[in-house]
Ligand binder design. Structure first.
Ligand code: FES
Length: 91
């Protein structure tokens, strides 16, 4: 995916599998999109938080740590590489 598709201060959901964020300009993070509460895919990023639709857990875009809701564990970080203007996630 293109790094330009990831909003600064926000993020995007990729194929219900990953959430890719850009907490500060040029700094990217990727996490598993499976909520650590009961496994629903998180479905949006708003107000600098990753949101799960099932029971309302919110996670920080920079660390994946839960900031609200029933989830108690962070979203696991996912390894990726940045190559030029592209961000390459695991298959
Ligand atoms: S599965 Fe995400 S808040 Fe319950």
């Amino acid at each position: 995916m293109a790094t330009a598709d990831v909003p600064e201060g926000g993020g995007v959901i990729v194929q219900e599998k990953y959430v890719v964020t850009q907490p500060t300009a040029g700094e990217f993070k990727a996490f598993s999109a499976a909520c650590t509460h009961q496994g629903c895919p998180v479905d949006k990023v708003e107000n600098s938080e990753i949101v799960c639709p099932c029971h309302g857990s919110h996670f920080a875009i920079d660390s994946g740590e839960p900031v609200a809701g029933p989830a108690e564990a962070p979203l696991p970080a996912v390894e990726f590489t940045v190559s030029g203007d592209n961000l390459v996630l695991p298959e």
